[in-house]
Design a protein. Structure first.
Length: 148
């Protein structure tokens, strides 16, 4: 169990690095990585401002890159690590991609999928929440504090 927790923290730190890159670029600081068989196969952060695209969330970017790398749309054997709870749109994409496991840091009480679409993920998917939650939350809070 401890080894799995250490892996979750390791990969969440990679997602946090992506979130920090987003913040530096003026994007909402959310980062994501997708891992398959203990290997990162995609990494991404929000690009909504840069691309002028409301769908360019970190999770969407990571799913597209992972599916392209694997040559198929289903990511059953993959784990998505994302710094903030996915929104409804991303949860739908995660569900359609059939990602087997989702790990996120900070909950999103205003826009998170739990509130609006609690059954959007694939029925067999497992969810682990709260991994490095204080760090993930702090990054978001600092970003929005500077914006106000």
């Amino acid at each position: 169990m401890e080894q799995a927790e250490n892996k979750d923290e390791l990969y969440m730190r990679k997602a946090l690095y992506e979130a920090e890159k987003a913040a530096e670029a003026g994007e909402v600081p959310i980062g994501a990585v997708i891992v398959c068989k203990d290997r990162i196969i995609s990494r991404a952060h929000n690009l909504t401002e840069k691309l002028h695209d409301v769908t360019a969330h970190a999770e969407m970017q990571a799913i597209t890159a992972a599916a392209d790398l694997l040559g198929g749309k289903y990511l059953n054997d993959c784990t998505l690590y994302v710094t903030v709870e996915p929104c409804t749109m991303c949860a739908g994409a995660i569900g359609w991609a059939q990602i087997g496991r989702i790990v996120y840091g900070a909950a999103d009480e205003k826009r998170g999928y739990h509130l609006y679409a609690p059954r959007a993920l694939h029925a067999k998917a497992t969810v682990t929440q709260g991994v490095l939650e204080p760090e993930c939350r702090k990054l978001m809070q600092e970003f929005f504090k500077e914006k106000r």
